[in-house]
Design a protein around this ligand. Structure first.
Ligand SMILES: [Zn+2]
Length: 168
């Protein structure tokens, strides 16, 4: 019963005197201007457990909010992504050679053509597997063969399914 009385008293205190400090506390936590003298707020905080708790909760909430907000800023996101790219691609130490697009596409087209021949419609991942080519080479081959009018196909939300026109 004692506990009940205390929380009742606390609630009464809160509605009577704490209301005017609520906004001041949130503004204070967010580093914004407060509409009462700061000394008055501190004086109240010093003796009010309920407002101390509010302050603590707001600090925790605002801290989390700020971190999430910071991470989702476009410039921060971009920086993070650029950094990751750099890690993966810039410093991977592999030897790079110039791309001969025409030769790559032509030779990939030949391999893809042979992989498709007599096999009906094949999804791109299977073409990667059957030819041993990189996926971007498969895309080159598809572009080449499509331009030559050799292929047709279907697509869903995952990949494309390619077949030779001559297979029909
Ligand atoms: Zn209070």
């Amino acid at each position: 019963m004692g506990k009940n009385n205390i929380s009742k008293t606390k609630e009464a205190l809160k509605t009577n005197s704490c209301e005017k400090y609520e906004l001041a506390i949130t503004n204070y936590v967010m580093g914004e201007k407060i509409d009462i003298p700061q000394s008055e707020l501190f004086e109240h905080l010093a003796k009010c457990r309920s407002c101390q708790d509010d302050l603590k909760n707001w600090r925790a909430t605002y801290g989390t909010m700020r971190a999430t907000e910071y991470d989702s800023r476009p410039e921060v996101k971009q920086k993070n992504e650029a950094f990751i790219k750099e890690l993966v691609y810039q410093n991977n130490g592999t030897k790079r050679t110039p791309i001969d697009f025409k030769w790559d596409a032509g030779s990939a087209a030949g391999k893809v053509y042979n992989a498709l021949k007599g096999n009906g419609e094949l999804p791109i991942p299977v073409l990667v597997q059957k030819t041993g080519l990189k996926e971007y080479n498969i895309h080159q081959a598809i572009g080449w063969l499509a331009k030559e009018g050799k292929i047709q196909g279907n697509k869903d939300d995952k990949t494309a399914y390619i077949r030779l026109k001559s297979d029909e």
